[in-house]
Design a protein around this ligand. Structure first.
Ligand SMILES: *[C@@H]1O[C@H](CO)[C@@H](O)[C@H](O)[C@H]1NC(C)=O
Ligand SMILES: *[C@@H]1O[C@H](CO)[C@@H](O)[C@H](O)[C@H]1NC(C)=O
Ligand SMILES: *[C@@H]1O[C@H](CO)[C@@H](O)[C@H](O)[C@H]1NC(C)=O
Ligand SMILES: *[C@@H]1O[C@H](CO)[C@@H](O)[C@H](O)[C@H]1NC(C)=O
Ligand SMILES: *[C@@H]1O[C@H](CO)[C@@H](O)[C@H](O)[C@H]1NC(C)=O
Ligand SMILES: *[C@@H]1O[C@H](CO)[C@@H](O)[C@H](O)[C@H]1NC(C)=O
Length: 462
């Protein structure tokens, strides 16, 4: 296990605490005294976790073996990773990081338990018992978290509040009107009404200088790949990438351990390598803007081969129609690939549509082909990013350093567009460089400067 990777993760919290306010001469200088971390409580959580595992193993297996094994595997992994962290204990920082990882793991265990409970009555009793144990674990974690919060999270929030106060002159957030309704699109989720979070927030192992990248889970994974996470950081000039990094779980991702790297080419950049951050993974293939051309690249991670399909020849590339706000553009964001319940789309702009957004369905055959296309009146350079849910395109804009707003929607079913959405997203860093919706967990995956962040979405039916 790499100590330097862990160190990078550890330093992200103090960095936030000492952040200075841009353009002002106030620096938030926060006192930070070493707390005593109650390790015995953490030990108890671990013990309970391993007991739960023991009890589950002793039950007879049914058709839901796979789910139980998944749960078991998770708990083992949690115990392993926590004890490894304990060995590397370096005082107070250990507390914040390990709590975060355990929280994330518990959330995954909870998901597995929910599935377990739904699947069969045979396991009902066991499910209930395990849930009770989980409840106790969660309560202990909450207790530990309070401890953690007083030391770290509260200070972090204070810092954000100070920053917001100083930025108030710029603040034009004034809408308390209820979000307008949208036609529900293709898949019956209802209207997007709220985005809450961050749910998870972490620096990548590459550190703060790599501010363009993308990450997430495969929206249509092969069996066995469901829990994998992928990450591409644009390692050359913040524009170009030539390999995909994958992790077996969220905790290994956050710890930055045991990645698998798959190379598109050994050179960077070169023909058919990655240009710009807004790529996605679907069916074990990466979809992205090919280097230096107006084409869609499909990189098959199984065969390690690239297939391409060209966009219309007046489509923007090489910074012609990037995302941005005011005077700033997000370089090489001409093409934005998104996933929703129905597959893959590419969002771009063309000269014939006056630099306004065009949506094309990408059929994920080999080679890929462009499917149905929609032209919108949304000017691409005023948008910071887009994502799609149930055939409805949503676009965000920059309000200030801590707030992004989903203000626009285009329903590909009705061809109706609207500019009056007021759904706020709380940012941890100023610039959103990548955003995508995962139809499997309904989370938004965001690359927020050098940080990887997720948000929960809320939908309402009419
Ligand atoms: C495991 O099972 C034993 C015996 O049924 C029980 O006493 C114990 O509380 C269980 N432990 C957990 C963590 O569920
Ligand atoms: C975390 O758990 C996984 C799975 O058990 C293991 O592969 C990995 O080495 C563990 N990490 C540490 C630091 O022990
Ligand atoms: C399991 O599902 C039932 C309804 O199907 C619910 O009442 C119960 O609370 C669930 N139990 C757990 C532990 O989630
Ligand atoms: C904000 O709302 C208040 C009350 O509705 C109104 O008086 C004020 O002018 C608004 N400010 C801006 C900047 O729109
Ligand atoms: C939206 O989410 C935020 C943050 O969780 C919450 O404070 C707010 O009440 C929610 N609004 C609606 C309309 O659900
Ligand atoms: C990738 O290659 C594998 C093996 O040939 C194939 O089964 C799969 O369909 C390919 N994926 C795409 C998206 O073409």
């Amino acid at each position: 296990m790499s100590q330097s990777n862990v160190f990078i993760l550890l330093v992200c919290i103090p960095l936030i605490l000492s952040q200075s306010v841009r353009g002002k001469d106030c620096v938030c200088d926060l006192q930070y005294s070493d707390p005593d971390f109650p390790e015995n409580k953490l030990d108890n959580v671990e013990l309970t976790a391993s007991q739960c595992t023991g009890n589950i193993t002793s039950e007879k297996m049914t058709e839901i073996d796979r789910l139980v094994l998944g749960l078991q595997h998770r708990i083992w992994q949690l115990v392993d990773n926590v004890s490894m962290l304990e060995k590397e204990d370096n005082g107070n920082l250990y507390a914040a990081v390990s709590l975060r990882i355990i929280e994330l793991e518990l959330a995954e265990i909870q998901d597995l338990l929910d599935k377990l409970n739904k699947t069969t009555n045979n396991y009902k009793q066991l499910g209930v018992e395990t849930a009770a144990e989980l409840q106790v674990m969660e309560e202990t974690m909450e207790e530990l978290e309070k401890f953690d919060h007083t030391q770290v999270m509260v200070k972090q929030r204070e810092n954000q509040r100070i920053r917001r106060d100083l930025e108030r002159c710029k603040n034009v957030l004034n809408s308390t009107s209820p979000p307008p309704t949208l036609s529900p699109g293709h898949c019956g989720l209802g209207h997007l009404v709220n985005v809450s979070g961050p749910k998870t927030y972490s620096l990548t192992v590459y550190g703060t200088s790599y501010t363009f990248g993308a990450w997430g889970r495969d929206a249509n994974p092969a069996p066995g790949d469901e829990n994998k996470y992928w990450l591409v950081v644009l390692s050359s000039s913040n524009v170009f990438g030539n390999f995909i990094r994958q992790y077996s779980s969220l905790s290994t991702f956050i710890l930055g351990i045991v990645p698998t790297d798959t190379y598109i080419s050994s050179s960077n950049p070169t023909t058919n390598t990655i240009q710009g951050p807004n790529m996605i993974m679907y069916g074990n293939a990466l979809y992205y803007n090919c280097y230096n051309i107006y084409s869609v690249c499909q990189f098959n991670l199984t065969t390690k081969t690239v297939s391409t399909v060209a966009l219309p020849n007046d489509a923007g590339f090489n910074n012609k129609f990037p995302f941005g706000h005011l005077g700033t553009t997000y370089s090489y964001t001409d093409m934005d690939f998104v996933t929703d319940e129905s597959g893959v789309y590419v969002i771009y702009a063309t000269t014939s549509n006056f630099g306004n957004v065009v949506i094309s369905k990408v059929e994920t055959s080999n080679p890929p082909v462009l499917g149905q296309t929609w032209s919108t009146s949304l000017h691409k350079k005023t948008v910071t990013n887009t994502f799609m849910v149930c055939g409805v395109l949503y676009a965000t804009r920059y309000l200030d350093q801590v707030t992004e707003e989903i203000f626009y929607a285009y329903d590909t079913k009705t061809n109706k567009e609207r500019y009056d959405l007021r759904i706020k997203i709380k940012k941890m860093q100023a610039n959103i460089k990548f955003m995508n919706y995962d139809p499997r967990d309904h989370l938004l995956y965001v690359f927020n400067d050098a940080y990887i962040v997720t948000y929960e979405t809320k939908f309402e039916r009419v």
